[in-house]
Design a protein around this ligand. Structure first.
Ligand code: NAD
Ligand code: WQD
Length: 333
């Protein structure tokens, strides 16, 4: 198939691009490089030994996007492009609604123009908000507690109406939990601009000495050791879930929703211990106050996606830390 990947030079998009190229699909990546580097384009080509097209373009430039669609004529779109920093979304909600919701609407217009009717959308477990029960399943109430999560939910609602408006339209919504790790080659991985917000990249930069020490946000949660618990999933497992989902898209009627997580959680201190074991480094940390907006525990029920396309995670926390460290060693030189 011909697949247009928005945000394909980003963390999850680049790993997914490799999965699709290796599976024999022809891809085109559209990315405005607002949170990624052109080097990733070269890395994907060298890892896969395959050339493919890249367009540096903002999804909100609808006219230019329509002409990219008209010449490539994709069979399907995988839509990663979006801003994802929760804290920033609280400070600047309009930027998030404009980019994430407006960009998605612009994308759907371009799809309509070129007769493309299939889309996979990167949603997030943040659409659930504070857990009423755990593990989160797809029927859990949707009640995001920040503008970033709202922007994801709004886009899900737009996609629901788009999918139902035409017989031929199909949308798969993948709600990711906490992606971590890197491609086994160590040539691509999570490369946040500035000081990382997320736990794993912060730990990796303490391990390599790029950062001094980790602040553990909260040690009085109702978890095994008092620190926050999350469902970490290897980015390679996550990217494979996209390939298997798209392969099975004709099984769905118009739209369907799937959690993509491992079904189990790890605490911050357990992540630190696993990282120390895989890196051989001591991770310096201090116990600090809780971070606003954090929930104590979040992990997925992934039974639905297993049923849908026979996907299940293959990598454990050790592998996530090992691959993250391999990437950190290659980039922090
Ligand atoms: P990322 O920032 O690494 O990748 C996003 C890519 O989209 C970047 O390359 C960026 O340059 C591009 N982009 C952003 N806005 C654009 C626009 N208007 N036009 C064109 N390109 C644009 O993020 P990621 O971690 O790879 O996440 C990919 C998607 O998955 C995002 O939508 C994110 O919200 C979602 N998601 C991520 C996580 C996570 O923890 N990483 C969890 C759940 C959901
Ligand atoms: C994980 C745990 C922190 C940093 C976020 C977004 C979510 C999604 C995934 C986009 C928590 C603790 C963290 C640190 C710490 N992104 N922590 N010290 O908050 O579960 O989810 O990323 O969709 O939308 O909210 O991930 O990695 O920030 O935090 O103690 O320096 O690590 O309190 O318990 P989170 P995270």
């Amino acid at each position: 198939m011909k697949i247009l990947i928005t945000g394909g030079l980003g963390y999850i998009g680049s790993h997914t691009a490799i999965q699709f190229i290796n599976a024999g699909h022809e891809i085109l990546i559209v990315d405005n490089l607002s949170n990624s580097k052109l080097d990733v384009y070269k890395s994907i080509k060298s890892i896969t030994k395959t050339d493919f097209s890249f367009e540096e373009l903002d999804l909100c430039e609808t006219k230019a996007l329509i002409s990219v669609f008209s010449s490539f004529l994709p069979d399907a779109v995988i839509h990663f492009a979006g801003l994802k920093a929760v804290g920033e979304s609280v400070e600047d909600p309009i930027k998030y609604y404009d980019n994430n919701v407006g960009g998605s609407i612009s994308l759907l217009k371009a799809m309509e123009h070129s007769g493309c009717h299939k889309i996979l959308f990167s949603s997030s477990a943040t659409v659930y908000g504070v857990p009423e029960y755990l593990p989160f399943d797809e029927q859990h109430r949707l009640d995001p507690i920040n503008p970033y999560g709202q922007s994801k939910l709004m886009t899900e609602l737009v996609l629901k109406d788009w999918a139902k408006s035409k017989e031929t339209n199909q949308a798969i919504i993948l709600r990711y939990f906490n992606p971590v790790g890197a491609h086994k080659s160590g040539f691509i991985g999570e490369d946040p601009l500035g000081v990382p917000n997320n736990l794993m990249p912060f730990i990796s930069q303490v391990a390599s000495g790029r950062l001094e020490e980790l602040k553990v946000f909260g040690s009085d949660y109702d978890t095994r050791d008092g620190t926050g618990e999350r469902d970490y999933i290897h980015v390679e497992d996550l990217s494979r879930a996209h390939l298997l989902s798209l392969n099975n898209i004709n099984k769905i009627d118009s739209i369907d929703y799937f959690n993509v997580g491992t079904g189990s959680g790890y605490t911050v201190l357990e992540c630190i211990k696993a990282y120390e074991k895989e890196s051989g480094k001591n991770i310096k940390y201090t116990l600090a106050a809780r971070r606003d907006g954090d929930v104590s525990i979040s992990y997925a029920s992934a039974n639905k996606i297993k049923e849908f396309c026979d996907w299940s995670p293959e990598f454990d926390l050790e592998a996530m830390c090992k691959d993250s460290w391999n990437w950190e060693c290659k980039t922090s030189i």
